[in-house]
Design a protein around this ligand. Structure first.
Ligand code: PMP
Length: 378
C-alpha cells in the first residue's frame, strides 16, 4: 500500500510506541497521588515539560499543557481566551482558511456575542497583512491563524502577523501549528499560544500540546480536578504525555533533513504532473513540501480518490475532516480557486515514511488514472 495521506495522520514511530507501552507498564501511577509512586510520576511529567521547552527552544516563554490533540488545544485556548476578553475586547479576527477546530469555535463565539472579522486572503493563499492591519484595534481580543494550511500547504507569515498583533496589548495571538511542526521551522515571535497534535508527526492519536504564555489568561472551559495548570482537568495520561516528547524530539531533530527530502519529492512530482495536459497544481510554489494539492477539472475528487485507492494508493480530497461534507471546500473557495478545480481536487501528503519508491508507484498509478479520465478533463 502506498500511503500519501500523511496530513490526515502518520504512522506512529516505534520508539514512541515503545515509550507509551513502557510507561504504561512501569509508571501507570496517577501524578496527583501523594505517595512515592505518584511523586515519581509527577517528576517525570515535569521533566517531560522541561524537555519540550528545550527541544522547541522556548526559553520558558510558555506554560505547557498536555491535551488529547489539537482540537482540544484549540478549544481550550480560543474559548478560554475569549471568555476573559469578552468584557473589554470582544472582537475576534480569523480567516476562512482555518481548520474546523478553529473556525467552528470562532463561529460559536460569534453566536455568544463576539464580533467575528475575517481577514482577506491573497491569491497565493496567505493572510493579507495590510487588511489585517486595517482590522486591528483596541477592541480586538483574539487573532487566530494557522501556521501551515492542511489542504494546500501554504505557510503563513506568522512572525509578521505576530508583530502586527503585538502593537495591540489587549489582543491575544493563537497559532494552530498542527501541519507545521516537523515540516517547517516553527515561528514563535509574537505568538501567545500554539497548538499541536502528536499523530501528525509520527506520534499517537490522542496526544496533543497547548503552549500558552501565562496560562492564567485562560478561563478553564472544563471543570474538574484542576490538573494541567487548571485548564485541562482529568487524570493525567502519563504514557501519552511522555511519549509525545519522543515524537517532538524526532520532529525537531529531523525537520531540516525531512524538509530537503520532501522538497525533492515534491519538485519531482510537480515536474512529472506538468507533463499531463488538463491537470493543474493548486498548491502554491512556496507551500510546505509535505502537501501537494492537484486539480483535475471535469472529474470529481471522490472518483479520483477511489481510482487511486483501487490501485492501493491512498490519498484524499481536500482534508479528512472536510471530505465527508457535500459542499465545496471553503478554504479553496477562499483562495479564489475556480469551482471546477475544487471539485476535481485531490491532496497528496507526504511524511517521514514516504520513500522515492512510493512516488514511483504513485506515478504509475497516475498514468493509469489519467488515461481513464482524460476524456473528461476540461
Ligand atoms: N488543525 C489542523 C491544521 C489540522 O490539520 C488538524 C487535523 N486535521 C487539526 C487542527 C485537528 O487535529 P486533531 O484532529 O488531531 O485534533
Amino acid at each position: 500500500m502506498i500511503y500519501l495521506d500523511n496530513a490526515a495522520t502518520t504512522k506512529p514511530d516505534q520508539d514512541v510506541l515503545d515509550t507509551f507501552l513502557k510507561v504504561n507498564q512501569t509508571l501507570y501511577f496517577n501524578p496527583s497521588s501523594p505517595h512515592k509512586a505518584g511523586v515519581q510520576a509527577e517528576q517525570l511529567l515535569v521533566r517531560a515539560k522541561q524537555q519540550i521547552n528545550t527541544l522547541l527552544n522556548l526559553n520558558n516563554k510558555y506554560d505547557i499543557v498536555f491535551t488529547s490533540g489539537a482540537t482540544e488545544s484549540n478549544n481550550i485556548a480560543l474559548q478560554g481566551i475569549a471568555k476573559k476578553k469578552k468584557a473589554f475586547a470582544p472582537e475576534i479576527i480569523t480567516s476562512v482558511l482555518e481548520h474546523p477546530s478553529v473556525l467552528e469555535v470562532v463561529r460559536a463565539l460569534g453566536n455568544q456575542g463576539f464580533e467575528i472579522k475575517f481577514v482577506d486572503i491573497t491569491s497565493d493563499g496567505k493572510i493579507d497583512l495590510e487588511h489585517l492591519k486595517s482590522l486591528m484595534s483596541d477592541k480586538v481580543g483574539l487573532v487566530t491563524c494557522m501556521h501551515v494550511n492542511n489542504i494546500m500547504g501554504q505557510i503563513q507569515p506568522i512572525a509578521e502577523i505576530g508583530r502586527i498583533v503585538k502593537a495591540y496589548p489587549k489582543a491575544h495571538f493563537h497559532v494552530d501549528a498542527v501541519q507545521a511542526i516537523g515540516k517547517v521551522p516553527l515561528e514563535f515571535e509574537g505568538v501567545h499560544s500554539l497548538s499541536m497534535s502528536g499523530h501528525k508527526f509520527n506520534g499517537l492519536k490522542g496526544q496533543g500540546i497547548l503552549l500558552v504564555e501565562n496560562v492564567h489568561q485562560i478561563e478553564p472551559i472544563m471543570q474538574g480536578g484542576g490538573q494541567e495548570l487548571g485548564v485541562r482537568s482529568g487524570t493525567i495520561n502519563l504514557p501519552i504525555n511522555i511519549s509525545i516528547v519522543k515524537a517532538i524530539k524526532y520532529a525537531v531533530q529531523n525537520q531540516a533533513q525531512l524538509h530537503e527530502q520532501l522538497t525533492a519529492l515534491n519538485n519531482e512530482l510537480r515536474t512529472f504532473i506538468g507533463e499531463y495536459k488538463g491537470v493543474y497544481i493548486n498548491s502554491p510554489h512556496d507551500a510546505a513540501p509535505h502537501i501537494l494539492n492537484l486539480a483535475f477539472p471535469g472529474v470529481k475528487g471522490e472518483v479520483l480518490v477511489n481510482a487511486f485507492s483501487k490501485d492501493e494508493v491512498m490519498l484524499s480530497t481536500t482534508s479528512a475532516c472536510a471530505s465527508k461534507k457535500a459542499e465545496l471546500n471553503e478554504v479553496l473557495l477562499g483562495m479564489g480557486i475556480a469551482k471546477r478545480n475544487i471539485e476535481g481536487s485531490i491532496r497528496l501528503s507526504f511524511g517521514a515514511n514516504t520513500t522515492s519508491e512510493d512516488i514511483g508507484q504513485f506515478k504509475e498509478t497516475f498514468i493509469k488514472v489519467y488515461e481513464e479520465v482524460r476524456e473528461l478533463l476540461k
